[in-house]
Write a protein that binds this ligand. Structure first.
Ligand SMILES: NC(=O)c1ccc[n+]([C@@H]2O[C@H](COP(=O)([O-])OP(=O)(O)OC[C@H]3O[C@@H](n4cnc5c(N)ncnc54)[C@H](O)[C@@H]3O)[C@@H](O)[C@H]2O)c1
Length: 483
């Protein structure tokens, strides 16, 4: 990657050339130029022009176009999933699930587009007031590399349904699949420029957040970047949605259905090579079942098929890039030094297929003997590493589960229905699962507490994050002046 930057007070010109590595093979497959300030401005201006047309359309008209886009995504599902797998390294089996939740999101907001109304309020003397729910304007979406197509869909669907335009910047590690979404929206009939994609890293993201014609920023990524985005957006008093990282607890009580709890723990840790924000990586197991649970989890983890993610039966592909792989392996080394026990995995993996020898593969890892103060238990690893901790009582585990700055998700496995609801009511997390983990129906809001962010994606409530409310006060009598 090369970076040249030049500032003379009036013109800022930034040229970055990114090399696009394919995680499966560890080879460069493309290079691309980043959008500088000028390209960002062009994208915003074209979105602004499209917004003028789009905002005038009725909800039904917008709905029809979103439904058509959803249909095209369904039709092109296998192709998009393949691109996503090449882009990100996740198994094609999983990538197809991401594409499913993407078109479902478009369908869901298409369904809501026509019913976004305000309210009518009767006032004294025949006067009345009413409210209108109006779009914000040009919204910016900035995405992480773990769910590129899904993140772009989850942001753009509610934005467009509400009548906004969107300029989206994918992560420079996964720049490709979002372009397909832009192509699909265009084919479905949105005005040209309504959904634009710009490419680049931090500098491009900053230009977007600072642009005076941008009305809102919706960001998915790490906590440190989220803080910078909030700071940039605050200069223009722009609302932000932040979907940030996590270190979520999964609490397994001894009265659970243990087979389901094991499946839940696998789902909570090993999807997309463990590179999932809401993963339940702190697995608290009640002491009575610790050995049995751990034995079964280790057995299942060893069975995960690692290899070429384009093959149908692969369930774990490569991590996103070499430096991230090393970062994750570094956490495992540190965990060992701090007294955790590697129960399985945690090593570099060279798949048998010689063409994969330079890819970024590792074996999924289960760590035992973990303690609350260990780095592997406190920090987001963002890789296939499960930390198992034991506990004795409900009160104790709640205290420990909540002892984190993050608050994205949490889970509980128990057969005791009262305990299940009592525990989730106390968990400081935006998304809680009872007897399951990492399912994300688009009908339900998704987002964090504490440093995992604010604002929501999905569900009816997200309409409020992509619209603003106008109040109109109507006088039916004479003006009563106090002067
Ligand atoms: N809560 C969620 O919904 C969710 C979903 C997926 C990932 N994540 C989080 O994302 C992180 C991993 O993703 P990542 O490594 O791509 O995150 P990141 O914060 O490094 O980058 C995210 C995006 O922000 C851009 N960016 C970086 N610096 C910027 C700046 N100064 N101004 C504007 N944009 C900037 C990047 O180019 C990228 O597009 C993890 O912490 C994970 O938990 C959260």
């Amino acid at each position: 990657m090369q970076s040249l930057s030049e500032t003379d007070g009036l013109i800022m010109f930034i040229l970055e050339i990114y090399l696009l590595f394919i995680p499966i093979l560890g080879r460069v497959i493309a290079t691309f130029l980043c959008s500088g300030e000028k390209e960002v401005d062009l994208a915003v201006q074209s979105a602004k022009a499209a917004f003028k047309i789009w905002r005038k359309k009725s909800g039904m008209e917008r709905s029809r176009i979103l439904l058509e886009a959803a249909r095209i995504i369904r039709e092109r599902k296998d192709e998009i999933a393949t691109v996503e797998t090449i882009n990100n390294g996740k198994s094609v089996f999983e990538a197809r699930l991401d594409i499913d939740t993407s078109w479902q999101c478009l369908e869901y907001y298409a369904g809501l587009a026509a019913s976004m109304g305000g309210e009518h309020v009767q006032l004294p003397g025949g006067s009345f007031g009413y409210t209108r729910r109006e779009p914000l304007g040009v919204c910016v979406g900035i995405g992480a590399w773990n769910y590129p197509f899904q993140i772009a869909s989850w942001k753009s669907a509610p934005a467009l349904a509400c009548g906004n335009a969107m300029v989206f910047k994918p992560s420079p590690f996964t720049p490709v699949s979002t372009l397909l979404l832009a192509e699909i929206y265009t084919e479905a009939g949105v005005p040209p420029g309504l959904f634009n994609v710009v490419q680049g890293g931090a500098a491009t993201g900053q230009f977007l957040c600072q642009h005076r014609d941008v009305a809102k920023v919706s960001f998915t990524g790490s906590v440190p970047t989220g803080k910078k985005i909030m700071e940039l957006a605050s200069k223009g008093v722009k609302p932000v949605t932040l979907e940030l990282g996590g270190k979520s607890p999964l609490i397994i009580f001894s009265d659970c259905d243990i087979e389901n709890a094991v499946r839940g723990a696998m789902m909570a840790n090993f999807l997309t090579q463990g590179e999932v924000c809401c993963n339940g990586t702190r697995v608290f197991v009640q002491r009575e079942i610790l050995d049995k649970f751990t034995e079964e989890v280790v057995k299942q983890t060893k069975k995960i098929k690692i290899g070429d993610p384009l093959e149908e039966d692969t369930r774990m592909g490569p991590l996103i890039n070499r430096s991230h792989l090393q970062h994750v392996l570094g956490f495992i080394e540190q965990a060992k030094n701090e007294g955790a026990k590697v129960l399985c995995g945690g090593d570099l993996c060279v798949p048998e297929d010689p063409k994969l020898k330079d890819g970024y593969y590792m074996t999924p890892c289960v760590l035992g003997n973990c303690k609350d103060g260990m780095t592997c238990v406190k920090e987001e690893i963002f890789g296939p590493v499960m930390s198992i901790l034991s506990f004795d009582t409900e009160a104790e585990v709640l205290e420990r589960a909540n002892d984190t700055n993050f608050g994205l998700a949490a889970g509980v496995f128990t057969r005791d229905i009262q305990r299940a609801h009592r525990v989730v009511a106390e968990l400081q997390a935006g998304v809680c699962y009872i007897n399951n983990y990492n399912v994300s129906p688009v009908e339900l809001p998704f987002g964090g507490y504490k440093m995992s962010g604010f604002g929501r994606e999905n569900g009816r409530v997200t309409i409020e994050y992509y619209s603003q409310l106008k109040t109109i006060c109507v006088e039916m009598g004479d003006v009563e002046s106090v002067f």
